[in-house]
Design a protein around this ligand. Structure first.
Ligand code: G3P
Length: 214
């Protein structure tokens, strides 16, 4: 299972990448806006740290604008993945980028049918947003399960990139269902390490060791 970090923050990326557990990075316009630098500089800075897929999202709504942005972003680094919205224009742009061997990530996916369309046009990744479905009273993980079934039915190579991950149980359920990738915020990545029995177990071992020296 691939782990991406869902952030544009260089400090978070550098710290987590050093763990050896992070395979790539996803950004979106909201995450880039938080960092106060332009998108191309930010993606270039991330590429200096991370040797793996780095999603950079277009902001144009028409396919011509999307493609203009996409080809500029793709020049930054071989690891750049072009993130396109799940719209008709997004699908036209996807078709062009697939034909030109540029890797893609179709974002804002909220149904299995949307994922199917992206897979048919050769997307490298689809990003179903599980947390945002939970927010409106649906079950985000059900969508991951449905997309897994659809892709397996036809042996589509498009990778399921579970996004909008809000807590550690999302990560565990993704792994159980067989999502290919989860893009995980910094806070949740840190929470994955912890278990109270690990902490109390270490404390007891150290206590027993100290007592043995008395
Ligand atoms: O990067 C896309 C996605 O992960 C956003 O998550 O928490 O804004 O719904 P969130």
């Amino acid at each position: 299972m691939e782990f991406f970090i869902d952030t544009g923050n260089i400090d978070e990326i550098a710290e987590t990448y050093a763990w050896g557990l992070i395979d790539g990075v996803t950004t979106n316009p909201s995450l880039v806006a938080k960092e106060g630098i332009d998108q191309k500089t930010l993606i270039s800075n991330i590429a200096k740290i991370v040797d793996g897929p780095i999603s950079a999202e277009v902001i144009s709504l028409d396919y011509k604008g999307m493609l203009k942005e996409a080809y500029e972003l793709a020049k930054i680094d071989d690891n750049v993945i072009i993130k396109l919205p799940m719209t008709k224009d997004g699908m036209i742009a996807l078709n062009d980028l697939t034909a030109n061997n540029i890797k893609t990530n179709i974002t804002l996916v909220f149904s299995a049918n949307q994922a199917l369309l992206a897979a048919k046009n050769g997307a490298t990744y689809v990003s179903p947003f599980v947390g945002r479905l939970d927010d409106i009273g649906q079950t985000g993980m059900q969508l991951i399960s449905e997309i897994r079934d659809v892709f397996d039915n036809y042996a589509y190579q498009t990778r399921i990139l579970a996004a909008s991950i809000r807590h550690t149980d999302h990560v565990k359920t993704c792994a159980l269902i067989g999502a290919d990738t989860a893009t995980i915020p910094y806070k949740v990545l840190n929470q994955l390490f912890h278990h109270p029995l690990t902490d109390s177990g270490i404390a007891k071992f150290l206590e027993d060791h100290a007592n043995s020296l008395k």
